[in-house]
Design a protein around this ligand. Structure first.
Ligand SMILES: [Zn+2]
Length: 289
C-alpha cells in the first residue's frame, strides 16, 4: 500500500550529491510549501529534508522555530512544522534551465510537500497550490516529464492531482521512490486479482442461485403432482426425470443429463413439463399429456 509517511520517509533518505540537485529539490519544497519564513509542512520527513538541504547549501535556518512545540493554533491550522529561513537565499533555480537530474530533484521536493490519499480506485497524490496559474504551471512541468496530472478547484483551493498506476508510477520512478513504486505495482496487481476473483465468485453465486431456485420449483412441482396422485400416471420419461431430480436435488442440468443418459435439452424440457403440469389448475379435468 502506498502510505504517505513511508513514501516521504523514502524520499527523505535520498540525499542528492550535487549542489545543482540540492538547489532544485529545495526549490521544489518551496514551490508548494512556501511561506514568507521558509517551508511549512505537516511531515517530519519533509521538514528534515528542508533543514538538511538548507544546511548543505549554507542557508541559515532559524533553530528556535524548529525546536518549538506546535501551538494548539498551529495544530488546528494543520501546519505543525515551520522550517524558517530566508526563501530569497534559496531562490535562483529555474525549471526552464533545469537539467534532467535537477528536474527530478525539483519534483521530489514538490512530492515531499504533497499529500497522499487512498480512494476506492487506488491511491492518489495531490498538491495544493497558490492559484490557477501555479496549478497550470505544475501540470505543464509534470507533462514535460511524462506525468499526466489533473486539476480541480476544491473549496476555493487549486488542487493538482496525479492518480492511476501509470501516472503515479511515473512520478515515483522520476523521484526515485523505488520502494513506493514496488508497493504501488504490487497493490495494483493484487487489486486486479481481487476484482477478478470477486467477479467470478459473483457470477458463480448467481448461477448457483438460479440452479437452486429452479431445483426448488421442480421439487415442489413433483411433490404437488404426487400429492394429487398424478405422478404415478405420468409417462415413463417424466417419472424417471422426477425420481432422478429427487435423488439429486442439487444437481445441475449437466449432471442430470449424464445420469439419465439423455441430452441436456431433453432434461430441461422434461423438468419444465413437470412444473407446467403441477401448475395446471387442480380442478382442470384434463389428463396430463
Ligand atoms: Zn543536478
Amino acid at each position: 500500500m502506498l502510505v504517505a509517511t513511508e513514501l516521504k520517509g523514502e524520499l527523505a533518505r535520498i540525499h542528492p550529491a550535487r549542489t545543482c540537485c540540492q538547489r532544485a529539490e529545495l526549490a521544489g519544497l518551496l514551490y508548494a510549501g512556501r511561506t514568507r519564513a521558509g517551508v511549512s509542512t505537516l511531515d517530519h520527513a519533509t521538514a528534515r529534508v528542508a533543514v538538511q538541504l538548507a544546511g548543505t547549501l549554507g542557508i541559515p535556518v532559524e533553530p528556535r522555530r524548529l525546536a518549538a512545540r506546535p501551538s494548539a493554533r498551529a495544530l488546528r491550522a494543520r501546519r505543525h512544522l515551520q522550517v524558517a529561513f530566508d526563501p530569497q537565499l534559496a531562490a535562483g533555480w529555474r525549471w526552464a534551465e533545469g537539467k534532467p537530474c535537477d528536474r527530478r530533484a525539483f519534483l521530489r521536493g514538490v512530492l515531499l510537500s504533497g499529500s497522499v490519499s487512498l480512494t476506492s480506485s487506488g491511491p492518489h497524490v495531490e498538491f495544493v497550490l497558490a492559484g490557477a496559474a501555479q496549478a497550470r504551471d505544475l501540470r505543464r512541468r509534470l507533462a514535460e516529464m511524462s506525468v499526466r496530472a489533473s486539476a480541480h478547484l476544491r473549496r476555493g483551493r487549486h488542487v493538482v492531482y496525479v492518480k492511476g498506476r501509470e501516472q503515479l508510477g511515473q512520478l515515483l520512478r522520476l523521484t526515485g521512490a523505488n520502494r513506493a513504486l514496488l508497493d504501488l505495482e504490487a497493490e495494483s496487481v493484487a487489486r486486479e486479482v481481487r476484482n477478478r476473483v470477486n467477479r467470478l465468485l459473483n457470477a458463480e453465486e448467481a448461477n448457483l442461485g438460479r440452479t437452486v431456485r429452479a431445483a426448488d420449483r421442480q421439487l415442489q412441482a413433483i411433490a404437488r403432482l404426487e400429492a394429487r396422485g398424478e405422478l404415478a400416471r405420468l409417462p415413463d420419461a417424466l417419472r424417471e426425470t422426477a425420481t432422478r431430480r429427487r435423488r439429486q436435488p442439487d444437481a445441475d442440468l449437466d449432471a442430470l443429463s449424464a445420469a439419465l443418459g439423455v441430452s441436456r435439452s431433453a432434461v430441461n424440457h422434461r423438468l419444465r413439463r413437470l412444473v407446467a403440469l403441477a401448475d395446471e389448475e387442480r380442478d382442470d379435468p384434463k389428463e396430463p399429456a
